[in-house]
Ligand binder design. Structure first.
Ligand code: PRE
Length: 359
């Protein structure tokens, strides 16, 4: 009797699978049409449309009645769009490698698995690669909820011609990885400095005597652990990539530890309805100058969500301010404020308007 029930349920699944598959194929045919339409419009260069993708994914969440979580249903839809886009034009995305880094996970979260992800050794190489047109887009880490900003990425924007085209928010779970053995045998640990900082309390408590060896990336640390008796702090993809065991899971001090990444490219992204805008400013070094510069945001009711200062490298004790606001630069209110700011600031650079991360 229960055999019959199982058979029946599987038949219903088979029927639905057939319908889903034929609908996905129909969708892919339309995506090919879209590519032809874009080519006819002389607009073919940018097959990837971040705003449209954000709209599609937001609609998926609005429609979701469960039982799948928003994250799960978005992941499925993201892969369908990724496969459709690869029919239009395969994308190449440079990221902070080697394989197994959180940045690689951010690439796949944002672009799906049909993208060609290219690992590079340093953040400046990613900027150069995209600027030179070797990669279509790049993905770089910009801030972590526990450890704060990635200064190197912010500094690159001061001189780069690239724009921010998107953001990716990735919950980061650190694990202690080792070829074999257990916690008691760990004498050396390889990790990126940010990961050591994010797991400091756990390490002080559990492995106070182990030597902490800072390496360029967590992927690199995992590779080194695979070739030695040492352990590495990295994510699950690195464990899989380098054949390591997870000997302690989720060792980050903050359970909500999240890293924000930026997608960099040459595209001016149109509004999606829920956008962010990033700018770089510097003000005169006199009382009230920074306040006067930023006040128009408040007067216009624009939400300033982040401000970071970095040495400008133009003069001693002179600073650049990285400012994030909610909204798009094509919104007339924001356009007016930014236009005023261009004249009032000592230095002003528009870094991009882009859709807020959907999940
Ligand atoms: O709407 C478009 O412009 C498309 O190319 C289609 C599509 C999709 O599959 O939905 C694919 C790629 C783009 O990045 C956005 C959306």
């Amino acid at each position: 009797m229960s055999d019959d029930k199982l058979l029946n349920a599987r038949q219903r699944i088979d029927t639905l699978d057939e319908q889903i598959q034929s609908l996905i194929s129909e969708r892919a045919l339309i995506a090919q049409d879209v590519a032809r339409i874009k080519a006819d419009m002389g607009d073919g260069a940018d097959c990837y449309r971040p705003s449209r993708e954000a709209e599609v994914l937001r609609r998926v969440i609005e429609r979701n009645k469960g039982p799948l979580t928003d994250q799960s249903i978005v992941r499925v839809m993201r892969e369908i769009m990724s496969a459709c886009l690869s029919l239009e034009s395969p994308l190449e995305v440079a990221y902070l490698g080697p394989e197994g880094t959180y940045t690689q996970a951010a690439v796949y979260k944002h672009f799906g698995n049909a993208v060609k992800a290219r690992p590079l050794a340093a953040i400046n190489e990613i900027f150069r690669d995209v600027e030179a047109g070797n990669a279509d887009y790049g993905v770089v880490p910009v801030e972590n909820s526990t450890e704060g900003v990635v200064n190197y990425t912010l500094d690159m924007f001061a001189t780069s011609s690239l724009l921010i085209c998107g953001e990716v928010s990735l919950p980061v779970h650190h694990h202690l990885l080792k070829k074999a053995g257990d916690l008691g045998e760990v004498k050396e640990i390889y990790a990126h400095s940010q990961s050591f900082a994010q797991c400091r309390q756990w390490l002080d408590r559990k492995l106070p005597k182990a030597e902490r060896i800072t390496v360029a990336s967590n992927g690199e640390g995992a590779r080194m652990a695979a070739e030695s008796d040492g352990a590495a702090i990295a994510g699950k993809p690195a464990a899989e990539r380098y054949g390591l065991n997870i000997i302690a899971a989720n060792i980050e001090d903050e359970p909500d530890n999240t890293t924000r990444f930026l997608v960099i490219g040459r595209q001016i992204v149109p509004p999606s309805g829920h956008d962010m805008t990033s700018i770089l400013l510097s003000s005169y070094n006199r009382p009230g100058a920074l306040y006067a510069l930023l006040r128009p945001f408040s007067d216009a009711g624009v939400n300033l969500t982040r401000i970071e200062s970095r040495p400008s490298r133009r003069a001693q004790w002179d600073y650049n301010y990285f400012v994030d606001i909610e909204g798009h630069s094509q919104d007339p209110v924001i356009r007016d404020v930014l236009d005023g700011m261009k004249d009032a600031a000592v230095f002003y650079k528009f870094l991009g308007s882009y859709p807020k991360a959907v999940v």
